[in-house]
Design a protein around this ligand. Structure first.
Ligand code: NAP
Length: 475
C-alpha cells in the first residue's frame, strides 16, 4: 500500500483506497489514517461489496461499522447499502468526519432513466453523487454528461463514469465537462473497473486535468482501436503546439449508430473497417478520396464533414527517393485499402504496374480499374522490377515470421513494405542486402502529419512524431 500510494501520488490529484481488496484486519482506523497521511492528497475510501462489483464479502452491517470507524476526505458508499440498511438516508452517519459519496453502479447497461438514478442518489443526502454505468452505445457518454450538467446547475458535486471500451470518451473528457474526477488505474492490469485508462495515461498523454469546455476533440474511429498508435502520436503533437485539443480512441463497431455524433467533434482519423463506409456520412470528398474510394481523415469545418485520404500523400512521401531514382516497372502486392492509395500514386507516376493478390478475380478487378496488369500472389517469385510495394498485411505483428515473397526471388531496386509493426519486417530484412528498403513508418508518419495539418492548419512536428513511433515500436 505504501509503495502504491507513493506511485499514485505522482499522477493522481485524488487517491482512492479500494479497501475491499485488502484484508479486513488491516482496516483499522490507525493504519488507514497513516496511509491517508502518506497520500498527501484528498483520499476516497471505498469498501465495495461483492453484490455491487467489489471484493468485500462482509454484510452491509459490517461494511457500515468499518466505514464509520474510519476518517478520510471522502467515503464512498453504495446506494443499495444506504437504501437497504439505512432507510435511504445518510443522516445516521452524519457524525463521521468526511464527505459522503453515494454511488450507483450498473455493470450491465446505462439505464434509460438516469434522472431517477440521480434523484435516488440525491435523496440519500450525499455530499457527492457518483454514477458509473456500462456504456453499450457511444451515446451513453453524452447521456451521463447531460446528467452531470443537471447536477452542476443544481450545485451538486457529481462523478460520472462510463465503463467498458465505449466509455473511453467520458473517462478522458469527463473532468473537463462537469465530473469531479475520473478514475485511472495505477498500472495496466490493475483496473478497478472495465475500460479504465492508467492514471499515467490520463495525466500525461491526455492531460485530463487541463481539459475544459472549449477543448477540441479529435480521435481515431475503428474497431478494434485499442492497439492504435495514433493517440500516442497526435496528443504530444497537439501539446507541443500548445493547442487546447485532445485526440481520443473511438472504439466504434457500428458506424451507422455513431454517424449522428460525428459532427460533435473537430476531426477524425478513420481506420479499419470503416474507411469506405464512412463516405456515406460525409459532405465533401477531395480528389484523393474520389480516386481511392476510401477516406482515412475527416475534418469538421463549421458542421460540414470533409473527407480526405492522407494514405495517398503518405505513400507519395515514402516513395520520393525511389521516384527520384526512376521507377518505371513496379509490383504491387494486395488489393485492399492501402493498395488503392499506392495504385493512385503509381498511376500518377505512369509506372507499369502488376497487381498481385491472393484472390485472382479481385486482383484482376482492381488492376482493371487502374489500367494495371494482374496475377495471383503465389506467383510473386516470377516478378521483378524497379519497385516492390507490399500493401498486404502479411508480415504484420504477430505474424512477424511471414513474408509475401520468397527471399531468393526478391529482385527489385526498391522495396517498400507498408507494414510498420514490426519496424523491420521479414520482407525488408531479406531485401535489405540487395535493395534499398523503405519501412511503413515513413508512410505512417507522413500520413499522420498531413492529418494533423488538415485539422489544425499548422505544420506538424514530424520529427517528434517519428521519434514517438520509433519508441512505441521498440527501437
Ligand atoms: P485491407 O484493406 O484489409 O487489405 C489487406 C490486404 O492484404 C488485402 O489485399 C488482403 O487480401 C491482403 N491479405 C491479408 N492477409 C493476407 C494473407 N495472409 N495472404 C495474402 N494476402 C493477404 O487493409 P489495408 O488498410 O489495405 O492495410 C494493409 C496493410 O498495410 C496493413 O498491414 C496495414 O497496417 C498497412 N498500412 C500501413 C499504413 C502506413 O501508414 N504505413 C497505412 C495503411 C495501411 P484479401 O483482399 O484477399 O483479403
Amino acid at each position: 500500500m505504501e509503495d502504491s500510494i507513493a506511485r499514485a501520488r505522482e499522477v493522481g490529484g485524488v487517491i482512492e483506497f479500494r479497501l475491499d481488496y485488502l484484508k479486513p484486519e488491516h482496516l483499522t482506523p490507525g493504519i488507514v489514517a497513516r496511509w491517508a497521511e502518506l497520500a498527501q492528497r484528498p483520499v476516497v475510501l471505498t469498501l465495495r461489496r461483492r453484490a455491487n462489483g467489489g471484493e468485500f464479502e462482509g454484510s452491509e452491517e459490517v461494511q457500515i461499522q468499518i466505514l464509520k470507524s474510519l476518517c478520510a476526505d471522502f467515503i464512498d458508499i453504495e446506494i443499495e447499502t444506504i437504501e437497504s440498511f439505512l432507510g435511504g438516508s445518510l443522516s445516521a452517519l452524519k457524525g463521521v468526519p468526511c464527505r459522503w459519496i453515494t454511488s450507483y453502479h450498473n455493470f450491465l447497461e446505462t439505464p434509460e432513466d438516469l434522472a431517477s438514478v440521480y434523484r435516488r442518489l440525491r435523496k440519500s443526502g450525499a455530499d457527492v453523487v457518483k454514477i458509473a454505468t456500462q456504456a453499450l452505445r457511444f451515446d451513453d457518454n453524452f447521456r451521463l454528461l447531460a446528467q452531470a450538467e443537471v447536477a452542476r446547475q443544481e450545485g451538486v458535486p457529481i462523478v460520472v463514469a462510463a465503463m467498458g471500451e465505449l466509455g473511453s470518451f467520458l473517462r478522458i473528457m469527463g473532468t473537463g465537462r462537469g465530473s469531479l474526477w475520473t478514475y485511472g488505474s495505477l498500472q495496466k492490469g490493475l483496473e478497478s473497473a472495465p475500460g479504465q485508462f492508467t492514471a499515467t495515461e490520463l495525466a500525461t498523454l491526455y492531460s485530463a486535468d487541463r481539459i475544459d469546455e472549449s477543448t477540441q476533440v479529435y480521435g481515431v474511429i475503428g474497431w478494434p482501436v485499442g492497439h492504435s498508435l495514433s493517440p500516442q502520436v497526435h496528443n504530444p503533437a497537439l501539446q507541443q503546439l500548445g493547442l487546447n485539443a485532445r485526440y481520443l480512441p473511438f472504439p466504434i463497431k457500428d458506424l451507422g449508430g455513431f454517424a449522428s455524433d460525428l459532427r460533435r467533434f473537430a476531426g477524425f482519423s478513420v481506420t479499419i473497417p470503416h474507411k469506405v463506409q464512412i463516405l456515406d456520412f460525409v459532405d465533401v470528398v477531395d480528389e484523393t478520396v474520389r480516386q481511392t474510394g476510401a477516406a482515412n481523415t475527416l475534418v469538421n469545418r463549421s458542421g460540414k464533414l470533409f473527407a480526405y485520404n492522407t494514405d495517398v500523400y503518405g505513400t507519395e512521401q515514402a516513395l520520393l527517393k525511389a521516384f527520384k531514382d526512376g521507377v518505371s516497372k513496379a509490383t504491387l502486392l494486395g488489393s485492399g485499402g492501402a493498395a488503392r492509395a499506392a495504385a493512385v500514386v503509381l498511376r500518377a507516376r505512369e509506372c507499369a504496374v502488376t497487381v498481385l493478390a491472393r484472390d485472382a478475380a479481385k486482383a484482376e478487378r482492381f488492376a482493371a480499374e487502374f489500367g494495371f496488369a494482374s496475377d495471383v500472389l503465389s506467383r510473386a517469385a516470377d516478378y521483378s522490377g524497379d519497385l516492390l510495394v507490399n500493401a498486404t498485411s502479411v508480415g504484420m505483428f504477430p505474424s512477424v515470421d511471414e513474408s509475401p515473397v520468397p527471399a531468393d526471388a526478391l529482385d527489385y531496386r526498391h522495396v517498400f513494405d507498408m507494414v510498420y509493426n514490426p519496424l523491420e519486417t521479414r520482407l525488408l530484412r531479406e531485401a535489405r542486402h540487395r535493395s534499398s528498403v523503405i519501412g511503413g513508418i515513413e508512410m505512417f508518419v507522413a500520413q499522420a502529419a498531413r492529418q494533423f495539418e488538415l485539422w489544425t492548419g499548422q505544420r506538424a512536428p514530424v520529427e517528434s512524431m517519428r521519434e514517438i513511433v520509433l519508441r512505441q515500436l521498440g527501437k
